[in-house]
Design a protein around this ligand. Sequence first.
Ligand SMILES: [Zn+2]
Length: 224
Amino acid sequence: MKCNNAWLGIDNPFLTALASGFELHEAVVEDWLALQQAAQADGIDCQLLSSYRNFHRQLQIWNKKWRGEATLFDKYGVALDYRQLDDNGKIEAILTWSALPGGSRHHWGTDIDVFDKRAVEQCDNGFDLVDAEYRSGGPCYPLAQWLDNNLSRFGFFRPFTEDNNGVSVELWHLSHAKTAADFEQQRNVNALADVIAGADMEGKDAVLSRIDELYHRYVLNEGI
Ligand SMILES: [Zn+2]
């Protein structure tokens, strides 16, 4: 296949911009718009929070968290004391909620984070994109239930549904199964290690010293 860096968030040739400005893989747009319209018809204002994200953007997120410029959370969503974390503690705290640069499913344009915009605006509590907001009593609970019942009709699935000490449960994260499968097959730890080694990335020696384990645990999300 051509463009084999696309899975790493580099030179993805398949992107198309929606009217909202969000970028998606061209093979995903029709199913996404159909899902959104069906949700709308059922009274759910399903909107994008995040879609395609390139390597550079993921690198910025990583570096910001590594430097303590953004709050780190444990898998229960409890804020961690940055000063108490050694390099491995930082790596695990970041990867619980954010991907390695090069290892994010958002690099593919096939994966999206969604929320119920109208419900969030009506509830007036701000919005943190945390699990409780998608559970009973939260503003995005009707959306989460609607997705449980309808997601697969539009070709989507949730890749992060189990707490296995890898990536935390993300009820908001959807993936277009058929399109994402092509990228899943291209993933390999050597190419990921190469791109990280060449990046201006905080903590990269600590990451590269355990890249095989991190790749399986967080990129393939096999957990431990
Ligand atoms: Zn996501």
